[in-house]
Design a protein around this ligand. Structure first.
Ligand code: ADP
Length: 194
């Protein structure tokens, strides 16, 4: 099964993707994690992306489509994957549909974690406090505002794209973590006919 976890920055996609990975064996494909790993490793790609990410802007579609294609071609994705933070634009979504189609696969479900802006800002402020000064470079109140603006401008239009495909499911991302996990499980089980 191929699932997209969808939502604004700080909505809990990463937390829930990790749980899906451990509970269902679906690898978590997080473009944010892959890009941060490239930066940490000092690769050319990482160098290209660092300033863009630090500013809360989107790196180019070409780059993220390339890293996703490379990752999805690995054996552990044969049974599907959880896409976390990808796609983030209409061209990325179109490229993903094409890539999966070529592999005889498709997106089965898009699960939106709905969280309002006020709570997102509070969560990131909390994350900054807890990190004790080693927060992600893009976890600042100013950059978060830009990441949210970029989300609404470039990424939120994907909700209509997937609604039109009949794949969109929305869960309350403001509920406690285990309740969100349950709600996601219910959506997946229903899709599997359980
Ligand atoms: P969050 O969802 O908390 O904003 P991510 O870890 O998903 O964080 O992404 C961090 C940054 O990495 C983004 O702000 C962007 O610069 C870059 N990035 C991640 N995924 C993509 C993508 N699919 N397209 C373009 N840029 C991306």
């Amino acid at each position: 099964m191929n699932i997209i976890l969808f939502g604004p920055p700080g909505s809990g996609k990463g937390t829930q993707a990790k749980l899906l990975q451990s509970d269902r064996g679906l690898p978590q494909l997080s473009t944010g994690d892959m890009l941060r790993a490239a930066i940490a490793a000092g690769t050319e790609l990482g160098k290209k992306c660092k300033a863009i990410m630090d500013a809360g802007e989107l790196v180019s579609d070409e780059i993220v489509i390339g890293i996703i294609a490379e990752r999805y071609a690995q054996k552990d994705c044969a049974g599907g994957a959880v896409f976390d933070g990808f796609p983030r634009s209409i061209p990325q979504a179109e490229a993903l549909d094409k890539m999966l189609g070529n592999a005889g696969q498709a997106i089965d479900l898009v699960i939106e974690l709905k969280v309002n802006d006020e709570i997102l800002i509070k969560r990131v402020e909390q994350r900054i406090k807890e990190s004790g000064g080693v927060a992600r470079a893009d976890d600042t109140p100013e950059t978060l505002k830009n990441r949210l603006a970029v989300y609404y401008k470039n990424t939120a239009p994907l909700l209509d794209y997937y609604k039109a495909q009949g794949k969109l499911n929305t869960v309350d991302g403001m509920a406690p973590i285990d309740e969100v996990t349950h709600a996601i499980a219910a959506v997946i089980d229903a899709a599997e006919g359980k």
